[in-house]
Design a protein around this ligand. Structure first.
Ligand SMILES: [Zn+2]
Length: 87
């Protein structure tokens, strides 16, 4: 398995063993939007249509879950789209 250095160093910092496939599955599910978060993101993209060619997602570990924010690089606005119901 080949991992890029960025992901490997993140996993090292979080104490993940890259040889353990369960940890890799956890990492992938943690950095993915669920249905509610996807609709919030779509709404934000509509509101900021034409501001920027692409949007940034900011994932932040918060102990019991992963917070996710979307950022419009055009106007700089950031919105928390975390689905706290899923925590
Ligand atoms: Zn904007």
């Amino acid at each position: 398995m080949v991992l890029d250095l960025g992901l490997k160093s993140i996993m090292d910092r979080l104490g993940f063993d890259i040889n353990n496939i369960n940890n890799i599955n956890y990492m992938c599910s943690a950095f993915r939007l669920n249905e509610d978060e996807q609709s919030s993101a779509s709404l934000f993209k509509l509101e900021h249509k034409g501001h920027a060619p692409s949007f940034q997602f900011i994932f932040q570990s918060a102990g019991i879950g992963v917070k996710v924010q979307i950022k419009c690089p055009g106007c700089g606005k950031v919105k928390d789209i975390t689905d706290y119901k899923s925590w």
